[in-house]
Design a protein. Structure first.
Length: 209
């Protein structure tokens, strides 16, 4: 089965390839089919934005997976304008930040909040399969099992496409996410039962035997 990932981010390609390792799936990206148009992301949650993207890219391919994430700090009210939320790369209505600009901006914000915050990602996933949309987001699991620390001093190491891993710290061992492999980095926020739930959702939505 050929599946379009609605992204050009190499880290997201690696993530979904790893999640569905062992299944007969060939992932292609927007670059492969030369699609440069982007949908308007007007949703209030990562799940809503993922659905909008999956519907949009469904115009170009029969089976599509789209993903959107929001970053939240427990130290900020949900409605606080400084809350990254869905605008991780465009905080406070800024122009889109590069990886290094993100590291600089969030280092300064975290410093203003005391130098250390407790963070978690809300992860929304949507599948377009021949006109049928399915979606997944687990808020409780993200907050309960996926929280981590972010600090104002960045590691010198980088993962392309995941710049904030250079500010993120594993709660259990105190190491930066970038201190291990990128697979280990994602295991910091995609753990055991949550990962199984994501895989089960994908298998069901893609109709994989």
């Amino acid at each position: 089965m050929r599946v379009l990932l609605g992204t050009t981010n190499p880290s997201k390609v690696k993530r979904f390839s790893d999640l569905l390792k062992g299944y007969d799936i060939e992932f292609i990206t927007l670059r492969d089919i030369e699609v440069i148009e982007e949908p308007k992301e007007m949703g209030n949650t990562p799940e809503e934005n993922a659905i909008m993207k999956a519907e949009f890219y469904g115009q170009y391919f029969d089976v599509v997976i789209c993903n959107d994430s929001g970053l939240y700090f427990e130290e900020l009210d949900f409605e606080d304008l400084r809350q990254p939320g869905l605008n991780i790369r465009t905080p406070m209505n800024m122009d889109r930040l590069s990886d290094e600009e993100m590291i600089d901006y969030y280092s300064k914000l975290i410093a203003e909040l005391g130098g250390k915050v407790t963070a978690y990602y809300l992860d929304g996933i949507a599948v377009y399969n021949h006109g049928v949309i399915s979606s997944f987001m687990d808020n409780m699991a993200a907050q309960k099992n996926g929280s981590f620390y972010m600090i104002d001093k960045a590691s010198s190491k980088r993962f392309e496409g995941w710049p904030l891993d250079s500010l993120s710290i594993n709660k259990e061992n105190g190491k930066y996410f970038v201190d291990g492999s990128i697979e280990e980095s994602k295991e910091n926020i995609i753990k055991d039962q949550y990962e199984k739930s994501v895989v089960d959702f994908l298998i069901k939505s893609l109709h994989i035997a």
